[in-house]
Structures are given as structure tokens and as C-alpha cells.
Design a protein. Structure first.
Length: 644
């Protein structure tokens, strides 16, 4: 069946072109490259409608030096933050010279892509365009001859505040006021700005009589009602003009400072140092629209910790009460009932009043009570709740009806936990004696007991090591021992265990390659793992397709037979960036995020959940949330990978 452009699907940009693309993402594109500019691509010869559907031409595009990798097609973008809104060409996800007179350009759209190889002939480039998909059909990838011609780039968003810089004679100076601090407005926050005379607000004028401007619309934006929103870190001037009046005030946008951070499948949430919950990314959190900017969750109590699942979250307040919201089709919010969506509520638990830890997964969640026993709730399709009791409730978190529990059920009254982690189909916890118990699906040996037999009740991980923390991914598990060494077990098809070999699975813990000592590890649902070392650096390993592992150092290949081989790192490699981190958030498959000593969040991979509204694709190395377009310029990260 012919593939159309919107229907193409990409798990990464690798088909028969794997080697050329791998070299492409390692290349460094310079800002001064003469190829930087805008282009229109057309077919070199007329074609049939079927060929047009199989090999669509991209919209006008620009080549620039933004370094990003990932699965979001850019093309022509509608820049909503401009004043007025205008079109601006966005870049393909990546491009690079592959010789003095040729380049390779890659677009993608979800789970498929377009690779164009062009020879340079003055202002025109000629070559071939090839589409590919992860769907293995056995047929060759369709190819067409194309021409790319340089065209004028649209003007960047205009600085509309310049229009207000020279008011007509007779205009009186007024003042701007707001409830927020002009000198420290955090990224994503909003505040209402008022125009005042000496003693009174004059915003009561009609909207057509007050015009609002911002000197730098990359830093902040203001709408026709005077609602100001911080966009990226920096400084700008807010200007208001009314008949015979003008006022201006400088605003400084600063970084968010978080105490904790967690990523779900396409969204990220954090807890500010004041206890407010903020979220951004692809899933609209309760009560707010979809956004790439951090947005505070209204109606949520002040939290000390938050854990993000698949379209849902759970957090703890200062008293240990659990608060959950979002998707509830599997009973994963623990509210005592099942429905499609809940704005938020307190977890009902008749036998206990307080939790010390909570972890949210795809369609279930678990927590440790203050007496150190564990409770779980939600879907129990794979036995991930840890109970052998027959559950009478039935839920439909996907297309299948499965047993579930919409209120917490105790895992085992005899087991006492110090740490607990959930993800998709299995759960693991560190006991107070520093051993690990796991339960749920065991198809790839992720329970670590030496078998591949699933278990609805906890089984002990086979290891002589003593552990302090544990993390679970889609089909693998990792843990930090009390001496700081890292261990992983389960699926190793993409090198997600980091043990250095190419075996498909390991059903008992294996030491992570190298001599790094870790504070914590984070296994994701996207076949990769990252670790925060005791020295404050970030190491990652596994599949690079989702941006979790820097493509600069993925020299290995996957062992999966269901798809083409993909690049991966089977040993830990540095993510670069140069920052020193103190906290690494867990991820269900979206962005990976970490906090520096000031609590500033840095994210990589995951695109929309990485928190940079200018990210085209999935940026690496770690990028400061709200860092603006300048944060996406490629950094000095081309050094050889370290031997951790």
C-alpha cells in the first residue's frame, strides 16, 4: 500500500541509509556554512499521483546550524509568538555535508522519514529523495530525482515593540504594574499587566484602545488583554500604548528552580522549591491546554514530590497524603472508581493514611506507606500490583478488559521497603535489608531471579550485592548498590543494560561496564538508561533513537530482528554539556531531565517534554529548560566518549 507523508512512521531514521545518517549526526555544521539559507524542493521531472503520495516533497525549508535529532517534522512553522503571527521556515531535523560538493538532509514525521542526498551545483542542488518506514515490507524504498533551489528566507518575527518606541507629540507617560516580580518571572509563568495613570488603572479602555508590545518576543509574549507570559530566559521591555499615553517596564525572565522532576511518556512535571507542581509537554495536564512551556497545575496542593505516568501524575504533599490526576481508565489514580479522566483527587486508602514514596507508571501506581509496607493500584494485567488475590474489578486501560484495583492493595505485609519503582509491566522494590524483590512480567528476565517466568507475587532478585535504589524500564531493571556500583538485568537488545556485551537478555543482575560510581540510575521505557555519577556527570547507554543517548557516541548496533539495526551504546557514554548535577529524574520514555545545584532543570531527548519551545527534534546534550533558541546551537561535544 502506498505510504503517504502524514502516515509515515519513524522509530528512527535508519533503513538502508543507516551508515550515512550515523556519520551525518556526528558532523559539525558551522554557522558560517554558505549552505545556510532557505530552499524549495521540487521534482526533477513530472510524476504520477501514486509517486507523489509515496515520495512527498517537503514544504519550503531552511538549513541552519541547530543541532537536534529526533522524530518531529519541522517544515514551515506557524510562529505564534510573533507580533503579528507569521510564517517562518523551520529546519529539517538534521543535515550535514558528506563531502565537499554534497549534503544529506533528513526529515521525519512520527515513525517514518525522508532522506535527500544532493550534489551542489551553484545555487541549485540536485539529487535523490527516498522515503522509508519502520514497516518491513520487503519492497525497496521509493526514490525520486529532485532539485532544491535557494529562495529568499522569510523575515524573522518582527520586533513590534519598535513601533511603539517613538510616540507622537503630546503623549503622556504612564506606568505599568503587575502582581508579579518584574525582575524574576520564571519561565512559563503568566501575570496580568495593568496600565496606570498616577493613581488608577486605565485598562478599562476597550481592547482596541490599548496596544501591547514586547521588545523581544522570544523572551516573553503579551496578548491583547495585557496577559504576559514568560517564554525563555532573558530580558525584554513590555510597552503599552493608549490614546495620549505610553508606558514601559523591563521584565527579566529567569529559570525555574525545582526540587524534583519526573518525565512520563511525552510530558514532564516538576515541583518548585515552593511546592508548586508545574508541567509541560505533549499531554495536557489537568485543567490546562497542551503546551511546551511549564504551566502550574491549578488546584493541586503544594507537593514535595511528583511522579508522571502515561497521561497521569501522582504526588505527595507535606503530610504524606497522595494526590493523583489525569487518565484513570485503569484505576491508576487510586480514587476508588474508574473513568477516563480526573482533574485530581486524594488517593483513598482505608488501611493507611500516609505515604513516604509514590511511583506512577503507564496504567498503575505504587507507593510505600510510612510503616514501610508497599501498596499498588491500577491495572493488574501482568501481575504488576504484586498480589495473588483475585481482583473483582475490571478496567479497560487499552482495548482489552483486564483485572484492576481502583484502591490500593497491599503487596505483602511481611515485606518492608525503602525504595520502589514502576513502569509498564513489572515492579521492583528495595527492601529494608538492601535486597530487591520484583513482580509482574518477566518475558526478558527483568525480574532478575534467573528465569523468564512471570510472577504476580514478589520474587527475590538473585544477587550478593546490597542495594540502595532501583529503577525499572519497559523491559529492563537497574539498581545502584550501596557502594555506588550499577547493576542491570532484563532486555539488552539495544544495549540498555550497559554491560558491554550483545546478548539479547540477562536474567540476573550484571555489573554496568566501567568503574563509575552512581548516585542514582533511571531506566526508561525507550530502551535506554542514564545514570548520575557521584561526581555530578550524566552517563547514558542504550538506544539513541529517542534522544536519550547522544548520537555522537553510538558506535554499536541493536540485536533486534523485528526491525532494521539501530545505533546504540552498549557501554556508558557521556552526555556532555559540562554541568554538574545533583538530581536525575526518572522517565517513562519521554525526556530525561536532571537538576543542577541551583535546581535549574536540564533536559535531553523527548522534544516536546524537553521544555525548549524552539527544539526541532530531540536535543542532546542536556539543554537548560527555557534556554531559548541559543541553547540549541551545537555545543562542544565532539570529543571521544570517555571510559567511565
Amino acid at each position: 500500500m502506498p505510504q503517504t507523508w502524514p502516515a509515515l512512521f519513524l522509530l528512527w531514521m535508519y533503513s538502508s541509509s543507516a551508515s550515512s545518517i550515523a556519520s551525518m549526526v556526528r558532523a559539525r555544521v558551522l554557522r558560517a556554512d554558505p549552505l545556510v539559507g532557505c530552499y524549495q524542493m521540487t521534482r526533477a521531472a513530472p510524476s504520477s499521483p501514486e509517486s507523489d503520495a509515496r515520495i512527498p516533497m517537503p514544504p519550503p525549508f531552511r538549513l541552519d546550524s541547530v543541532f537536534g535529532t529526533g522524530a518531529f517534522s519541522c517544515g514551515k512553522a506557524r510562529v505564534l509568538w510573533a507580533s503579528p503571527t507569521q510564517d517562518y521556515f523551520a529546519p529539517p531535523i538534521s543535515w550535514a555535508r558528506v563531502g565537499p560538493d554534497s549534503i544529506t538532509i533528513v526529515w521525519s514525521n512520527g515513525f517514518g522519514g525522508l532522506v535527500v542526498r544532493l550534489g551542489i551545483h551553484g545555487k541549485t542542488m540536485r539529487g535523490t529523495a527516498t522515503t522509508f518506514s519502520d514497516v518491513v515490507t520487503g519492497a525497496p524504498d521509493p526514490t525520486a530525482d529532485v532539485i532544491a533551489t535557494r529562495i529568499p528566507c522569510p523575515l524573522p518575527p518582527t520586533d513590534s515593540a519598535a513601533l511603539a518606541a517613538h510616540p507622537p507629540p503630546g503623549t503622556l507617560r504612564a506606568a505599568l504594574t503587575t502582581e508579579a516580580d518584574w525582575d524574576s518571572l520564571p519561565v512559563g509563568d503568566t501575570t496580568r499587566v495593568f496600565l496606570r495613570d498616577s493613581v488608577e488603572r486605565i485598562n478599562q479602555l476597550s481592547r482596541t484602545e490599548i496596544r501591547w508590545y514586547v521588545s523581544d518576543t522570544t523572551v516573553a509574549a503579551v496578548d491583547s488583554s495585557g496577559l504576559l507570559r514568560a517564554r525563555t530566559i532573558g530580558r525584554a521591555t513590555v510597552i503599552a500604548r493608549a490614546p495620549h499615553r505610553i508606558a514601559e517596564h523591563a521584565v527579566t525572565v529567569v529559570s525555574l528552580h525545582l526540587a524534583q522532576i519526573s518525565s512520563g511518556s511525552s510530558e514532564t512535571c516538576g515541583v518548585t522549591q515552593g511546592g508548586d507542581a508545574v508541567c509541560w509537554g505533549g499531554w495536557p495536564p489537568p485543567g490546562i491546554p497542551e503546551t511546551r512551556l511549564p504551566t502550574r497545575l491549578e488546584g493541586t496542593p503544594r507537593l514535595t514530590t511528583i511522579s508522571v505516568g502515561f497521561m497521569s501524575f501522582c504526588g505527595l504533599d507535606g503530610t504524606g497524603s497522595a494526590y493523583c490526576g489525569g487518565e484513570n481508565s485503569g484505576g491508576q489514580l487510586g480514587l476508588g472508581y474508574v473513568n477516563s479522566y480526573v482533574r485530581g483527587g486524594t488517593v483513598k486508602a482505608a488501611e493507611l493514611a500516609r505515604f513516604s514514596l509514590i511511583s506512577n507508571g503507564a496504567d498503575y501506581a505504587c507507593g510505600i506507606a510510612t510503616d514501610s509496607t508497599a501498596y499498588c493500584w491500577g491495572s493488574n494485567e501482568y501481575g504488576q500490583l504484586g498480589t495473588s488475590a483475585a481482583l473483582s474489578e475490571r478496567c479497560k486501560p487499552t482495548l482489552t478488559t483486564v483485572p484492576c484495583a481502583s484502591t490500593p492493595v497491599r503487596v505483602s505485609p511481611r515485606l518492608h521497603f525503602r525504595d520502589l519503582a514502576v513502569a509498564y509491566q513489572h515492579t521492583c522494590g528495595v527492601l529494608t535489608d538492601a535486597t530487591i524483590m520484583c513482580w509482574g512480567d518477566n518475558s526478558d528476565g527483568e525480574l532478575g531471579n534467573g528465569s523468564h517466568e512471570s510472577s504476580a507475587t514478589p520474587v527475590r532478585v538473585v544477587s550478593d550485592a546490597r542495594f540502595s535504589s532501583v529503577t525499572v524500564g519497559g523491559s529492563h531493571t537497574c539498581a545502584v548498590a550501596t557502594d555506588g556500583r550499577g547493576y542491570c538485568w532484563g532486555s539488552n537488545k539495544f544495549g540498555e543494560l550497559g554491560v558491554g556485551d550483545s546478548r539479547g537478555t540477562h536474567d540476573v543482575p550484571m555489573a554496568i561496564a566501567g568503574d563509575a560510581r552512581f548516585r542514582t540510575l533511571s531506566a526508561t521505557g525507550d530502551n535506554d538508561t542514564c545514570g548520575l555519577t557521584r561526581s555530578g556527570s550524566i552517563l547514558c547507554w542504550g538506544q539513541s533513537q529517542a534522544g536519550g543517548v547522544s548520537p555522537l557516541h553510538t558506535t554499536d548496533s541493536s540485536t533486534s530482528t523485528a526491525i532494521d539495526t539501530w545505533p546504540c551504546a552498549r557501554r556508558p557514554v557521556s552526555q556532555g554539556g559540562g554541568e554538574q548535577f545533583v538530581f536525575l529524574g526518572r522517565s517513562l520514555g519521554g525526556a530525561m531531565c536532571a537538576l543542577d545545584r541551583q535546581g535549574r532543570p536540564f533536559c535531553w531527548g523527548g522534544s516536546m517534554s524537553a521544555g525548549n519551545i524552539y527544539a526541532c527534534g530531540q536535543p542532546t546534550p542536556p539543554v537548560l529548560l527555557g534556554g531559548g533558541p541559543g541553547a540549541l546551537w551545537m555545543r562542544q561535544s565532539t570529543a571521544s566518549p570517555p571510559n567511565p
